[in-house]
Design a protein around this ligand. Structure first.
Ligand SMILES: [Zn+2]
Length: 213
């Protein structure tokens, strides 16, 4: 099956369909191959347990394929009771993996929305970030997926998502630009159409009270 054969799913939160998932033993064998490719001996004492540990780590890093963020929000939203101010969750720790090199993307996400009728617990917003982050990603797509899912399910007046992250494929290999972060944003509704609302959001995420930064 190629990527083109994967049937489209109706909502942005749905996972890609994998029909021929390899067994755990096959995954561990692949890790042993990579160890040999790197130039070491997978039978060496220090490396014997490594394929098992790597596969377990992958289960954690990529657990987002098992979950649907649309479901997470759908199950939990409530009516607003008239609350109509911006809800902002700032500095959500973000750990993802770049789909080009499979190395970490580490940073923070800021997520805001202006409710219309529905609100959701802030822990659920953080969960949406986490589920999409625990897949192979590029930062632009991750940013858009988070914003689009909140927009689809909560149908707010607007959504704003900003991600600031360092890519280890840039900092530890290739051009080796340490300290460089990439910033991506996705603005929908009032955050896109109303420059004043957008400015307020940007000020909220960048003017940290008392931190001086
Ligand atoms: Zn990369």
């Amino acid at each position: 099956m190629t990527a083109d054969d994967i049937p489209p799913r109706p909502l942005s939160g749905a996972c890609p369909v994998v029909s021929d998932r390899p067994s755990r033993a096959e995954a561990e064998a692949a890790v042993r191959t990579l160890i040999r490719w790197a130039g070491d001996d997978p039978a060496r004492e220090g490396l014997v347990g490594t394929p098992d540990r790597v596969v377990r780590a992958y289960e954690e890093f990529f657990s987002g394929y098992e979950q649907d963020p649309v479901d997470i929000l759908h199950r939990t939203f409530e009516e607003t009771d008239g609350y109509d101010e911006v809800v902002l969750l700032r500095d959500i720790r973000l750990e993802s993996h770049c789909e080009h090199h499979m190395v970490p993307i580490i940073g923070v996400a800021h997520v805001a929305y202006l409710p219309d009728r529905r609100v959701v617990g802030i822990s659920k917003l953080a969960r949406v970030v986490e589920v999409y982050a625990r897949r192979l990603q590029i930062q632009e797509k991750l940013t858009a997926q988070i914003a689009n899912t909140i927009n689809e399910v909560l149908q707010p007046k607007g959504v704003a998502v900003v991600i600031e992250a360092a890519h280890q494929c840039m900092t530890t290999r290739g051009v080796r630009k340490a300290g460089v972060t990439m910033v991506t944003s996705r603005m929908l509704g009032v955050f896109r159409d109303d420059s004043e609302t957008r400015r307020e959001f940007m000020a909220l995420i960048h003017n940290r009270c008392g931190s001086g930064s």
